[in-house]
Write a protein that binds this ligand. Structure first.
Ligand code: AMP
Ligand code: MG
Length: 401
């Protein structure tokens, strides 16, 4: 199968993105970072009665011209003792206390002088001063938080103020990560000459976890077709996406490509650097994404092809933001393919600036370029030089929620 262009691969991927996974109900404390699966409608106005927003005296605005009023009692916060005032009367009212009926304005302590029961007005205020009107924060029947909103502290605080201790959220995508290659040894295994310590299954598991997906590291398998086939099949039963690394190019032992290719293949081979041998296939409603083995290739292709599927399953998360940045120093693009370059990002007063200072040039085996890396510069096809100050497309993957 001939390689397709990057834009074509994204077009195919987008046309095949899944539905979200359905919802589950969680306690508020477990819901941070999740996507709201229902509209949250306010069951009452907040505040549900005019409320003081400062400490002072609740008065009738039109009485201010009298210059002196009579204090008839007090309404401490949480207690509504004086329900109503009449002409010339004032009620001591604290921040958060209900305003007595008739009291439409709050005179702060700083604006008055108290002599026994007498309240002398030193400095008047405008009508309605420091009174929170009914429904200031939200009104009964209003959709306060829309379905599809990521739940952060603000949203969860609002849910708490609504008295909601449980909330319906979209289920998290489940991803399994399997690394293949007979040369691979795991983190704590003895190491023989010619062998390579596997990092892909760790890098990708940690990335998936940080992005909020449910992820399982399935470890390593040698290039054994039957074994890999069986493991993928099993993993598909439990997961929404099975991600493999290695075995998709043109080597004698690259069996993964045959296995993944036996499912509903969307594409195999994209004109990108790194990661040209990436494969995406559907298996019923599930996905198999087979990434090339080189550490930098598997990382980039995970971002490009696994993250969009997982984000959609997760209810519309946006793990990758496409923004424009300025180049901090010239860059020579030496490869024809659409290229993704690990960059340093600087937040400057004049916007985002990127550079490749300290990054190594070489094969896609260089994983250390990902140290401190929060974004990839996306450079369309062609060989060219970019000057300092030129605008470039930047894919950032620094999502917290
Ligand atoms: P492959 O795509 O299977 O041809 O693998 C290409 C190269 O990527 C291998 O020779 C290894 O150097 C490297 N590689 C493959 N799998 C891993 C892995 N799990 N962790 C680190 N490096 C790997
Ligand atoms: Mg291999």
């Amino acid at each position: 199968m001939a390689h397709i262009s990057y834009s074509k691969s994204i077009e195919i991927l987008k046309a095949n993105l899944p539905q979200h996974k359905g919802s589950e109900t969680l306690f508020l404390g477990e819901a941070v970072g999740r996507i709201l699966a229902e509209d949250v409608v306010a069951p009452y106005d907040n505040p549900y009665h005019p409320t003081a927003s400062m400490d002072g005296y609740g008065v009738r605005y039109r009485d201010l011209e009298k210059g002196e009023l009579k204090i008839v009692g007090e309404n401490p916060a949480g207690k509504f003792q004086i329900r109503k005032i009449g002409e010339g009367e004032a009620v001591k009212t604290f921040t958060g206390s209900f305003m007595a009926e008739g009291a439409d304005t709050l005179l702060p302590f700083e604006n008055v002088k108290v002599e026994g029961e007498k309240l002398k007005i030193v400095e008047p205020v405008s009508q309605g001063f420091s009174v929170r009107p009914v429904g200031e924060d939200f009104k009964k029947g209003e959709v306060v938080i829309k379905k599809g909103t990521p739940l952060r502290e603000g949203e969860l605080g609002v849910l708490a103020s609504l008295g909601k201790s449980v909330v319906k959220v979209v289920k998290r995508p489940k991803i399994a990560i399997l690394s293949t290659g007979k040369e691979l040894v795991d983190i704590d295994s003895p190491f023989q000459p010619g062998e390579i310590r596997s990092s892909n299954n760790y890098t990708l598991t940690f990335l998936a976890g940080r992005l909020g997906y449910q992820v399982e590291n399935l470890g390593l398998l040698p290039d054994d077709k039957k074994e890999i086939e069986k493991r993928i099949k099993e993993a598909l039963e439990e997961n929404d996406i099975v991600v493999t690394t290695g075995g998709v190019s043109v080597g004698d032992y690259d069996f993964v490509k045959e296995i993944t290719g036996s499912y509903q293949l969307l594409f195999h081979g994209v004109n990108i650097k790194p990661g040209q041998w990436v494969m995406v296939a559907k298996a019923g409603g599930k996905f198999i994404v087979s990434l090339p083995g080189f550490p930098y290739s598997s990382f980039v292709t995970f971002l490009l092809y696994v993250v969009p599927i997982a984000d959609r399953l997760g209810g519309g998360l946006e793990s990758i933001k496409e923004v424009t940045a300025k180049l901090g120093e010239p860059f020579e693009k030496k490869f024809k393919k659409y290229q993704f370059v690990a960059v340093n990002i600087h937040w400057t007063p004049s916007g985002l600036v990127v550079d490749t200072r300290g990054k190594k040039q070489g094969s896609s085996g260089i994983l250390t370029n990902l140290i401190g890396c929060k974004g990839l510069m996306a450079l369309p096809e062609g060989i060219y030089r970019l000057e300092r100050g030129e605008e470039v497309k930047l894919l950032t993957f620094d999502r917290v929620i």
